[in-house]
Design a protein around this ligand. Sequence first.
Ligand code: ATP
Ligand code: MG
Length: 586
Amino acid sequence: MKQIMRMSRLYAPTLKEDPSDADIVSHRLLLRAGMIRKTASGVYTFLPLGKRVLMKIEQIVRDEMDAIGAQEVLMPALQPAELWHESGRWNDYGPELMRLQDRHEHGFCLGPTHEELITDLVRNELRSYKQLPMTLYQIQSKFRDEIRPRFGLLRSREFIMKDAYSFHTDRESLQQTYDEMSEAYGRICTRLGLVYRPVQADPGQIGGSVTCEYHALAESGEAELVTCECGYAANSEIAECIPHPEEYPQDELKKITTPGVHTIEDLAQHLSCKANQLVKAMVGIDAEGTPIALFVPGDHELNEIKVERTFPGFTLMTDEQLRDLGLPKGSIGCVGLPKGVRVGADRSLQDVAHWAVGANEDGYHYLGAQCGRDFEVDVWADLCTACAGDSCPDCGAPLEVARGIEVGQVFQLGDKYSKTMGATYSDAQGVEHPFQMGCYGIGISRALAAIVEQHNDENGIKWPFAVAPAHICILPLSVGDDTVQPAAERLAKELSELGIEVVIDDRKERPGVKFAEADLMGWPMQIVVGKRGLSNGVYEVKNRLTGEKNDVTFAQYKEALAFAHRATKPARTFFDQAKTFVESQD
Ligand code: ATP
Ligand code: MG
């Protein structure tokens, strides 16, 4: 029998008003429903209901990890700096790494991720090819001093992550575990009730080359995804970009006056043309201090990750640096650039014979600028962020754009950490090789918020059964009444004996307050026990997920209960059956 939760005892302080600093729905509702509280910027406490959901998510993740043979460990959050020096990430990780010193002035950090620690853990003890492959995982708090903690649990500075690490003799074995992990991630997202998409992605700080992100689709998501009907999906950060720039009809080089024109929008209006008929310029400096002018179609944005790949260390020039170089912001172009400026252009512009572009003189632009005749390009490359309407790199159809919350990411690391940290195994001939490694993260606390982003309405949260803090809320309308209250208590007892998680609102509150809070907290099922219903021989059952309300007669309830007693299935099945049963009686 499950313990019955009592609203009269529950520590879940609800808020009537939206908290002013909560800008998205999950943050707002989790605060209002008394599930989390902010302790500091990007640092949260989970109250009893939030903690219950967290544990359910963890259990689903644990289940799926165990099912593919991963073994749970628990590593410390406090990590010695030496390990990070060994991998080189003490410097590379930057200000996001929370660093501290102990009383002996030894350097430590609070782990944002655990590649170093786990590599150190196994390097002297996981020795033989016979022990491989091996996957270890943990569920634990992570720390990242995010530049902009926001959106509550979605981007916090302390958060809970499941991180797994696998060790292999070769790439084939790594690929196999990576595939199993990817499938497990799909099952986890489904079990959490998330509408999700696996997408091609950038490895970022973690490193490696083969990687995939799992995104919960949501308007509030920080990530922009491009997708295609053919199944292609990628984070727009890295998606190959195939834009469709068009030519502005002008063959000869012609300088035109464009007073007050400083943006592509201004210029498009001035010339009565589309943005994709114009060429946009950005000027920066690379790691060597060489000035570089980059040109992209007017309807596209320069993509930082791609630019970094082609021009390492590229940073945009300040207005002052531009002035020193003699370039007028808002009118920069490819004709007559100062000596020593390298020119890079998006490869799609190779197909545009004549460019409409700045004239390097304030208030002037060129039409008809022709590559080879009027200017040269040093490097053609994919430099833009893909957007809706660009061609799908796989099938050529127009791409669509969606927003997503990254809930997980899987990586093939190869020997990045094992090589630098000297973690090797010996093969059948006794020869040492660095491990092939994989790593696999899921944001448990971020997933919790992502679920709320996808499952809510104007009244509150609608928890999917699998993660709900309890399955059914029983709402006696008049507590203290000598028929209503005992009936509600009996119901709670009967249901909890079935293994269903029940909460009973045994507070002396007005029905309106109880209904509002039950909706806010998002119990998937509510059973209202009222005087009138009882005298008519019915309970009113509300499905919070669908909004359906049904009067369930005592006989129907008993039948469903008997059915559930016979069935060994969980609560969800019980209620699906009950609902079918009720409907079949209509
Ligand atoms: P993001 O790009 O959103 O900053 P990330 O790619 O840096 O995330 P990973 O290193 O891949 O994150 O970490 C694994 C998982 O941990 C992420 O998929 C995400 O679910 C979660 N996570 C990462 N950063 C945060 C954060 N600041 N707050 C909450 N969860 C996070
Ligand atoms: Mg990631």
